[in-house]
Ligand binder design. Sequence first.
Ligand code: SF4
Length: 287
Amino acid sequence: MKATIFQSPVCELKSLNNLFIEMTAKNCNQRCKHCFIDFPLSKKVKDFISQDTVKKALNDTLTEPLQCIYLTGAEPMTHPDFNSILRLCLKRTNVCICTNATFINEKKARFLKRVEDESRYELIFKLSIDHYDELKNDEIRGRGSYRQVLHAVKYLSKYDFNPILSVTNYYNESSKVLEENFISILNKIGFNADKRNICINEWYNPNNNPEDFNSSLQHVSTDCEYGRIVSEKGIYACPFLSNDHRGRCGSSFADYSRKISLETPYCNTCLKNKRQVFSINFSDFNS
Ligand code: SF4
């Protein structure tokens, strides 16, 4: 019997619309069950991106059509220079903070509104929460995390932000049911949400087989088609593959690869979701 050789598909960057900045690779105050980050035991890791690296990335992408800069992590708001980096990015384009929401209280929401008002661009929030049932959510993300997110939504909406909930479908439930229940809860706390405020992603399963990806590639839109992530170590294809040699695209945006071979089980998560997992579909909000 002949052995078949699997050749992974190649994805080419169509347009650099999304710049992800990995503010910290491993620093987070939560330990969610489904997180794709391989955390060290200690929560006191200080692996923050330097302001110089951020400035260089912004400078090297001046001619790129950036639509949004995403501050990601682990938890981006643990960065000691978070406010300065946020201001820097807001001088360039819209910024989305991808956070577990634990650092957003009323004072912070008011401050962030002032920062947004200094800019001509928009400040957006993606808040991580995984279930509309408090117990089920806290089982994944840790006790108290559900309430923290709902408090953050209240404070952010009070200051006219329009936060998006980023939901990982850990329990493999009906997306429609998840969406309806989240909208109902948000409406109950006084935030007038619709389905654009709920972004549901299927859970990354490390046991997925990357070969499954091949046949359906043409039906999906992936983050690596429209973005790149910069970390302290270089440029990578997407947040899943940040600091992973399989996703490496170069050391800086001055000279980076626009092609990436889709060879990891993470790529199957993108197939499953059939759309970008990390970035926002702005056309939804413009319609
Ligand atoms: S994980 Fe998804 S976004 Fe990242 S390289 Fe694979 S297909 Fe592209």
